[in-house]
Design a protein around this ligand. Structure first.
Ligand code: AP5
Length: 216
């Protein structure tokens, strides 16, 4: 299974991805997570990406495309993968098409998660992330058992720098301008599955799985 998760910042891509990769036993490739790991490790890629991410801007296409091409060339991606947060521009989508044709493979579906801006801002300002394993929590909808501590590994929870209200607004504006066109791009290729993700955590999963089964 080869899937793309499309959706605005905070629409629930990472949360949904965790369930989908379990269901299909495929690697979860989150460009945001790869950038954050590089920022944490202070690599040259991380230092470059950090300046863009702090401002709520996209990392340049050339950098992101090379990073994803490298990841998709790994052996665990041979039979499938889930892309979370890539592509985010038409240029990235065109580059992905070239990567797929080189391995004579194709995407199975593009799942777009829909959510109002108001709900997005609420979810992102209350999101907390484990500094050790990256697991995501929410102070309203998905609290850890112990305040500030990850249930899975005991790591300290923190708020992402780009989850401050001004940066969230910038990310949403960039999403509407640079990434929204991908919705029509994939609709025209008959790959798009649109899912409303307003319900509580896990409630949209059955609809996503049913839509993917009906396409198989
Ligand atoms: P990235 O990490 O990909 O951020 P994003 O797309 O903005 O998405 P988020 O991680 O903020 O949200 P999400 O949709 O995964 O939501 P989540 O599941 O956490 O990218 C960060 C930055 O890296 C970008 O801004 C850019 O600078 C750069 N970048 C990344 N990819 C790039 C690319 N391809 N090109 C260029 N630059 C790139 O959920 C959010 C919250 O809601 C959580 O607290 C969660 O617990 C909660 N929640 C989830 N589902 C529900 C639900 N159903 N009900 C209630 N609460 C819920």
């Amino acid at each position: 299974m080869r899937l793309i998760l499309l959706g605005a910042p905070g629409s629930g891509k990472g949360t949904m991805a965790a369930d989908l990769v379990k269901e299909y036993q495929i690697p979860h490739i989150s460009t945001g997570d790869i950038f954050r790991l590089n920022i944490k490790n202070k690599t040259p890629l991380g230092l470059e990406a950090d300046t863009y991410i702090q401002q709520g801007a996209l990392v340049p296409d050339s950098v992101t495309i090379a990073m994803v091409a490298d990841r998709l060339a790994q052996p665990d991606c041979k039979t499938g993968f889930l892309l979370d947060g890539f592509p985010r521009t038409v240029e990235q989508a065109e580059a992905l098409k070239v990567m797929l044709s080189a391995c004579k493979c194709k995407m199975d579906a593009v799942v777009e998660l829909e959510l109002s801006d108001e709900e997005i801002i609420g979810r992102l300002t209350t999101r907390r992330v484990c500094s050790s394993c990256g697991k995501t929590y929410n102070l309203d909808s998905n609290r850890p058992l112990q305040d500030g501590i990850c249930d899975a590994c005991g790591g300290a929870l923190y708020q992402r720098d780009d989850d401050k209200p001004d940066t969230i607004r910038q990310r949403l504006a960039n999403y509407n301008r640079q990434t929204m066109p991908l919705s029509d791009y994939y609709k025209n290729q008959n790959l798009l599955v649109r899912i409303n993700n307003e319900g509580e955590v896990g409630s949209s999963l059955p609809a996503v799985l049913a839509a993917l089964r009906s396409r198989a």
